[in-house]
Design a binder for this molecule. Structure first.
Ligand code: COA
Length: 335
């Protein structure tokens, strides 16, 4: 275990659409209030991509920043994984579109659909391909234009979600005991019905009926999702510490999926992590699905005082449609 090759996060980039949708904007669209949204979710505003632009548009911009920061050219990439539930189109994959747009001539890749756990599952997959020695440079992107699936007359969902993208560059860590050390990932299809888009797939292809029924919008049973998210995101975050002989006190930063402030607080409390070690940006961006964890990581690395330094432990955690959930333990490493 000690001498195993691991992956580490070498660079990061992000893209956030300029247009802000505030709680007071939503008060004009549905029967809600700023007070309700802030107290029940922690969200004040979210970003919305302008119509006519897709998932790949944001993915390219996040990737450009990520690769420029590292001084790596797209031609050097071996692998591209895009975590998304809102690809530009059903096929080809957004990974293929992105590969072509940036000119990553030798990369292969694919999209990974795991709801709000999309980035974490993609990160785990790419890290294990790096561990195997088959891949040296992997780009992992979380990009979602979730506004394209939201019914802005449904107050249960429209207040929660926002658009965004972020990308990380993974490379092999050459020092044992550092980098992405452990993943604890789960799915449970029995909970799939609580958060889904019923129409537009092979079972319910687009028709006048599916459109009239609103089947192309996100359907959510908020209470059921909330209950599972609180339990499962807390469990996996505690488990990953325990099985690596760590406690909350050893963790420099906890970087959770930004779905609801109350879910984040519950997980941090179970882990015994103080508030100042928890990255929260849900107030500015809402739930950005696959982009949520890497956007929070971006803030942790580039926008906060006292960013992680070599040897610091970070825990990333996510929960999403599927149901899907998981956590990652990483020990920060820099060349
Ligand atoms: N504004 C005002 N009232 C609202 C509202 C809104 N935007 N959305 C729901 N309500 C109402 C409900 O209709 C309900 O009214 P009722 O009691 O008269 O039926 C009441 O508020 C409470 O609804 P409930 O669903 O129990 O609220 P909640 O405290 O669970 O908060 C969510 C709702 C959606 C914010 C919460 O369930 C949640 O965050 N769920 C998880 C969502 C999530 O994480 N999804 C993505 C997973 S990755």
């Amino acid at each position: 275990m000690e001498n195993k090759r691991t992956a580490y996060i070498r660079s990061i980039g992000r893209f956030l659409p300029e247009k802000k949708l505030t709680n007071s904007d939503l008060e004009k669209l549905v029967d809600t209030s700023n007070e309700w949204i802030v107290s029940r979710t922690g969200i004040s505003e979210r970003r919305i991509l302008e119509p006519g632009l897709g998932c790949s548009y944001m993915a390219v911009r996040a990737t450009d920043e990520c690769l420029e920061r590292a001084g790596v050219s797209p031609e050097e990439l071996d692998l591209i994984i895009v975590g998304t539930v809102t690809p530009d189109m059903l096929f080809p994959s957004t990974a293929c579109l992105l590969q072509n747009m940036i000119g990553a001539k030798k990369a292969w890749g694919f999209d990974l659909s795991a709801g709000c756990s999309g980035f974490l599952f993609s990160l785990s997959t790419a890290a294990q391909l790096i561990e195997s020695g088959r891949v040296n440079k992997a780009l992992v992107v979380g990009s979602d234009v979730i506004s394209s699936l939201i019914d802005y007359t449904d107050r249960g969902t429209c207040v929660i979600f926002g658009d965004g993208a972020a990308a990380v560059l993974l490379e092999a860590c050459t020092e044992p005991g550092y980098g992405l050390l452990d993943f604890n990932l789960h799915i449970d299809g029995a909970g799939g019905e609580f958060l889904c888009v019923k129409g537009g797939g092979s079972l319910r292809p687009a028709s006048h009926e599916t459109v009239d029924n609103g089947e192309h919008y996100v359907y959510q049973d908020g209470r059921a999702v909330f209950k599972s998210a609180v339990t499962e995101m807390s469990n996996v975050s505690v488990e990953i510490l325990e099985r690596n002989g760590l406690t909350g006190k050893d963790v420099k930063l906890f970087i959770p999926h930004q779905a609801n402030n109350r879910i984040i607080e519950a997980a941090a409390k179970r882990m015994g992590i103080e508030e100042e070690k928890v990255i929260v940006n849900i107030n500015k961006y809402g739930n950005t699905v696959s982009a949520s964890v890497p956007l929070a990581l971006y803030e942790a690395l580039l926008e906060r005082d006292n960013p992680p330094v070599k040897g610091d432990y970070l825990v990333l955690a996510a929960f999403g449609a599927g149901l899907t959930w998981g956590s990652t333990l990483l020990r920060w490493w820099e060349k």
